[in-house]
Design a protein around this ligand. Structure first.
Ligand SMILES: C[S@@+](CC[C@H](N)C(=O)[O-])C[C@H]1O[C@@H](n2cnc3c(N)ncnc32)[C@H](O)[C@@H]1O
Length: 288
């Protein structure tokens, strides 16, 4: 029986040889606990994970888990692996909900805020927001819903909601963007929709090929799906509602132009990420 360290060294050498730029980190994540003894079964399982990583499968899919905003989310090929950039969208959503619930006094008996996450994927946006609102004791003051066109992604999102004990707090629905049958409008619409330009997809890191194309492909200009969402906003958002839409770091001006064309009476502000790149478009009717 060898040690984890011996196996780790083998794994690092193997992943380096396969061209990995993060061989040590990947091998450590796949194995962990360097000084624990390992039996033959564990060594064989590690070998199998190395095979998967050496063929470029993302570490997050092999481990089946990815950390997002301090929470552990189950991930697999049913949905996009959550990206750290999306934490900005969740932070802004939390601030917006708190501002509305605490910043401005609401008359007693006001209905809960209605918040919709469009393109829920693994569930990171809606589920993290539900957890953050529960921590603040505000769970009953906001009604959360989430949509996706992918039933597989919705299944994963529900599993993650249950794992974070907010399964009964989010209304998950299969829908193309915003469901059309609403009687009351949404106060807050959040979306991290696909925004990669189709022609750049083949040039992305090999690991990206393991993720659903539906989660990445934003059409010829990258903004095709987001443009359809903009068309829905005037009919779906409350008059003083806000939409927070994640965009690519190089899409700030294109997003402004698109918003000016589709929503001429609306403002479009761009919130930056930690790297200083425009990351979230904030859209609201100019009268608010
Ligand atoms: C970039 S992924 C983001 C997933 C998740 N919100 C996150 O931040 O990790 C985009 C998601 O939008 C979904 N999607 C694509 N087109 C859609 C549409 N027309 N209506 C609803 N969801 C859509 C995809 O299935 C995918 O789950």
């Amino acid at each position: 029986m060898g040690t984890v360290r011996e196996l780790l060294d083998l794994g690092i050498a193997r992943l380096r040889a396969s061209g990995s730029e993060s061989a040590r980190l990947d091998a450590e994540l796949l194995l962990a606990h360097p000084d624990a003894p390992v039996g033959d079964g564990a060594a064989a399982r590690f070998e199998a994970t190395l095979d998967r990583r050496a063929s470029s499968e993302p570490v997050a899919y092999i481990r089946g888990v990815k950390e997002f905003h301090g929470l552990a989310f189950g991930v697999d090929a049913r949905a996009l692996i959550p990206r750290p950039e999306t934490e900005r969208l969740v932070e802004l959503a939390e601030l917006e909900v708190v501002r509305r619930l605490v910043g401005a006094p609401r008359p007693p008996g006001s209905p809960p805020l209605r918040v919709l996450d469009v393109g829920v994927g693994s569930g990171v946006v809606a589920v993290t927001l539900a957890v953050l609102l529960r921590r603040r004791g505000m769970a009953d003051e906001a009604e959360l819903a989430a949509t996706d066109v992918s039933d597989e992604a919705l299944e994963l999102a529900k599993e993650n909601a249950v794992a974070q004990a907010v399964g009964d707090r989010i209304d998950f629905r299969t829908a193309d963007l915003i469901p059309g049958d609403e009687t009351r409008k949404w106060d807050l619409v959040l979306a991290n929709l696909p925004y990669v330009r189709s022609e750049t997809l083949p040039g992305l890191p090999k690991a990206t090929a393991f993720e659903p194309v539906l989660a990445l492909d934003g059409g010829p200009d990258g903004l095709r799906v987001i443009a359809r969402l903009l068309n829905q906003l005037p009919g779906a958002l409350a008059r003083d509602g806000v939409a927070l839409l994640e965009i690519g770091g190089d899409q700030g001006q294109a997003m402004r132009d698109l918003a000016a064309e589709r929503l001429p009476d609306w403002s479009c502000e761009l919130e930056k990420d930690l790297g200083g790149l425009p990351r979230v478009a904030v859209l609201r009717h100019s009268s608010h």
